[in-house]
Design a binder for this molecule. Structure first.
Ligand code: GYE
Length: 333
């Protein structure tokens, strides 16, 4: 019995070694950074399951992916727009698996509900890269790397800016425009901000509601907040598009955004920098959407057999006042 087990194990190990070598020979990264399949001379195929087109940030991320994986890049890109539905993203991943793509990129609209489909990709031996948003903790073995920002830190940075601006020991009546329900970017930006604001007992979050990361909803929800409450001092939006919508609502209510009501947000899209220049937005915490090159590098590294960090973080800054005005001409998105 013992002997049979040992023989079986030896056969399995040998099969593993053979398949690893075969894998390396098939997808070696060519020098100079392009990654054609050396055995066939064909481009590597990336299937990318995008969320949709809810914000300026999302548009910049999509452009970055399409530019990075354009013809001539050594890749063929299969791009799917999930139109804000997880079920569409799951369908797209299943199609990519059936097409035997070389790698899958996924920007998960919500954190939960990915176990089954990601297990299917894993069983098919296709590496999955999460881009910009994360999935529920405990599922780290279902993907190769997460490439994106520290959303908790982003929320904290905005809260710290506010405390510094208003001053400690003061009071502030804050309303919050949340991103898509269940999205890691919304959950963590809320957690980071709400926790940090607790340091100031006089700072209260009086209302908090989703506006789905869109300008139109940001305006609509802010209008309802303004109708119900005449004492709002601050609006914290989980992204720039919602903040820009809130600015319109504040102006239409006859108030001055940036002065009567402080407006704080996250992303760092051009429109936000322009709003800071006009004095209507007070601060934007940068969140880098130009993730295409980092994704390409990660795929190249995996194909070259390198071990990757589980979380590949992007470098980001916080912008307000003159610093934002000076940076505006160089903003790429
Ligand atoms: O902040 C927002 C968007 O997931 C980080 O999604 C991303 C967020 C971004 O639509 O504008």
């Amino acid at each position: 019995m013992k002997k049979t087990k040992r023989t079986l194990l030896t056969i399995l190990m040998m099969a593993l070694v053979v398949s690893i070598f075969a894998g390396c020979a098939k997808n070696d990264a060519a020098p100079g950074g392009t990654t054609t399949d050396t055995a066939t001379g064909k481009d590597l195929v990336l299937g990318f399951a995008q969320i949709g087109m809810e914000s300026g940030w999302r548009g910049a991320e999509t452009d970055s992916i399409k530019e990075t994986f354009a013809p001539g890049s050594g890749f063929e890109l299969k791009f799917s727009d999930g139109q804000q539905k997880q079920e569409n993203q799951i369908k797209a991943i299943r199609t990519f698996i059936a097409q035997k793509v070389d790698a899958i990129g996924l920007a998960p609209i919500v954190e939960s509900g990915w176990e089954t489909v990601l297990q299917e990709a894993k069983d098919a031996g296709i590496p999955v890269f999460l881009l910009d948003r994360g999935i529920t903790a405990g599922n780290e073995d279902l993907y190769t790397s997460f490439i994106g920002s520290d959303f908790i830190a982003e929320g904290e940075n905005v809260a710290k800016w506010l405390i510094n601006e208003v001053g400690t020991g003061k009071t502030a009546n804050i309303v919050e425009l949340e991103g898509t329900v269940g999205a890691s970017a919304a959950n963590d930006r809320k957690k980071g901000f709400d926790d940090a604001i607790k340091a100031e007992p006089g700072f209260k979050i009086t209302k908090s509601q989703t506006a789905e990361f869109t300008l139109a909803k940001g305006k609509e929800v802010m209008e309802s907040f303004l109708k119900a409450d005449k004492t709002i001092d601050v609006v914290y939006a989980h992204n720039d598009d919602m903040a820009l919508g809130a600015i319109q609502a504040i102006e239409e209510a006859g108030l001055k955004p940036g002065t009567d009501i402080l407006v704080l947000s996250i992303d760092g899209v051009k429109g936000a920098f322009e709003a800071i220049k006009e004095g209507k937005l007070n601060v934007t915490q940068e969140c880098n959407p130009l993730l295409g090159p980092q994704l390409k590098q990660a795929i190249l590294d995996v194909k070259a057999g390198k071990a990757l960090d589980k979380w590949i973080k992007s470098d980001e800054d916080i912008y307000f006042g003159q610093k934002a005005i000076d940076a505006l001409p160089d903003r790429k998105y």
